[in-house]
Design a protein around this ligand. Sequence first.
Ligand code: ZN
Ligand code: ZN
Length: 82
Amino acid sequence: MNDEVIERELQALPRTVVDDTIAVDDDCSICIGQFEQGEEILILPSCKHIFHATCVNEWLQSHNTCPLCRKNCNHALDSCPQ
Ligand SMILES: [Zn+2]
Ligand SMILES: [Zn+2]
């Protein structure tokens, strides 16, 4: 797996910023920190688990599974070999 593919994969993941309209009661399982308003979070499409964008970015450099449930989160890589 090369870095360019990982980079593209990460950029394709849906990010959002925590604000009043988003009820995020969970903690980030990577850093065990709470989600604060204004922080960028990333939702894994395969399992809908939520993590800090910075935390999950780092994790996905060396893993292709969800840090919480270990579900494979690289759909695009599986279906799109380019
Ligand atoms: Zn975190
Ligand atoms: Zn998960």
